[in-house]
Design a binder for this molecule. Sequence first.
Ligand SMILES: Cc1cc2nc3c(=O)[nH]c(=O)nc-3n(C[C@H](O)[C@H](O)[C@H](O)COP(=O)(O)O)c2cc1C
Length: 148
Amino acid sequence: MNSPQNTQNDIDDSDPQALFNHVTKSLASKAIAYLHIIEGDTSGKPVLSAFDYVALKRLFGGPVIANNNFDRTRANAAIVEGRADMIAFGKPFISNPDLVIRLFLGARLARANRETFYGGGEEGYTDYQVLRSAEPDVCYQDHERAWG
Ligand SMILES: Cc1cc2nc3c(=O)[nH]c(=O)nc-3n(C[C@H](O)[C@H](O)[C@H](O)COP(=O)(O)O)c2cc1C
């Protein structure tokens, strides 16, 4: 996982673009299957400087999976812009057990409750509703479209 602008666990670098360009170029020669990049900061802190993720994709030359704070619109934009081939979803999968259907339908995504992360219990992991329960009208109208 490549996380140029993530400050988690006090990660910091004076010139992340130069560092990650170098690391990515080195990885390109290793015949690895894909590069997984966290864009921005996972804590939600705004990132101060611009970072050229398209440059990383070019330097790597293979499949790139981007992650962090994506929804359907941002995911499609990242792919169109050439920053990524695929998008990985973390928190949206926790709070939307039927995330793939919701993305397909363009339906609203439920937000995950950060207070129940890392809790060790079932609350916040098994009790988020699928669209069919939360918004039955939306779901039944579009069910055929989702599943053919
Ligand atoms: C509860 C929870 C546990 C996580 N555990 C890990 C982990 O063990 N290793 C890791 O690299 N990232 C971990 N992450 C970070 C996610 O993989 C992902 O990078 C981050 O949540 C941003 O993507 P998202 O906005 O799609 O959730 C975790 C995130 C959450 C919310």
